[in-house]
Design a protein around this ligand. Structure first.
Ligand code: SF4
Ligand code: SF4
Length: 76
């Protein structure tokens, strides 16, 4: 499972490079007035080609263990 860390500077390199169109820009509301752009990965659409991890200039795309998310706390 790939996630985008807070290091992301929203340069769009990964969005433009993803062959599956699995990465998109979205908005995150911090306060009633303050909204920031964020980059999100649709892991269901991702083919795990690795291009985004290679191309990111700030190493913001990371592989995380999705086991707990998939199975819940029953296994921990
Ligand atoms: S690993 Fe490949 S398919 Fe998955 S989000 Fe990155 S560029 Fe797109
Ligand atoms: S390439 Fe890296 S810094 Fe640029 S938008 Fe993607 S995750 Fe953010």
């Amino acid at each position: 499972m790939l996630t985008v860390s807070n290091e992301c500077v929203v340069c769009w390199k990964c969005i433009d490079s993803c062959p599956e169109k699995a990465i998109r820009e979205n908005e995150k509301k911090l306060t009633a007035k303050y909204i920031i752009p964020v980059v999100e990965i649709d892991n269901d659409a991702c083919s795990e080609c690795g291009i985004c991890k290679e191309i990111c200039p700030v190493d913001a795309i990371q592989e995380t263990d999705s086991t707990v998310a998939a199975w819940g706390e029953a296994i921990v």
